[in-house]
Design a protein around this ligand. Sequence first.
Ligand code: HEM
Length: 133
Amino acid sequence: MRPVTTETAQTPHDLIGGAPVFEAIANRFYDLMEQDAAYAELRAMHAEDLGPMRKSLPRFLAGWAGGPRDWFEANPGKCMMSLHKDFAIDRQTAAQWADAMTRAIADVAPEPAHIAQAMTEVLSRMARGMTRP
Ligand code: HEM
C-alpha cells in the first residue's frame, strides 16, 4: 500500500467534488432560507440581497474543507465564531441554520456519503455553538 503523504492525501474538498458541490449546497441552503417559512427568523437576520452570501459561503466552505483558501486570504485573521459574535443568535435561529444546512446537504447528496454526513454533523455543531447565552 502506498503511504499517505501530504502529496497523496486527498482533502474532503476534493473527495466530495470541489467548488461545484459547495456552490450547489450554498444555493440550496439560501433557496430554503428564502422559500420555507420555517426559516423566517433566520432569513430576517440576513440582508435583503442574499447574492453576496451565495458567493461567500461556498468559498468559506471550500477553504474550510481543505480546498482553495481565497475566502481566508480575503478575510485575514477572521474566524467564523468571532465574525458572528455581534449577531443575536439564539437557540431558534441556530437550530434553523443547522436544519436548513442539513437539508441542503441531503438534497445535493454529494458522495462519498460518509464525508457528507461528517460535514453535516460538524456544521450543525458549529451553528449551535454560536448560540448566545
Ligand atoms: C448559527 C446560526 C447562524 C446565523 C443566525 C448566521 C447569520 C449570519 C448573518 C446575519 C450574516 C451576515 C450576512 C448578511 O448580512 O446578509 C452571516 C454571514 C456569514 N455566515 Fe453566518 N450565521 C450562522 C451560522 C453560520 C455558520 C455555522 C457558518 C459557517 C460554517 C456561517 C457562515 C457565514 C459566512 C461565510 C458569512 C459571510 C461572511 C463574509 O464573507 O463576510 N454562518 N451569518
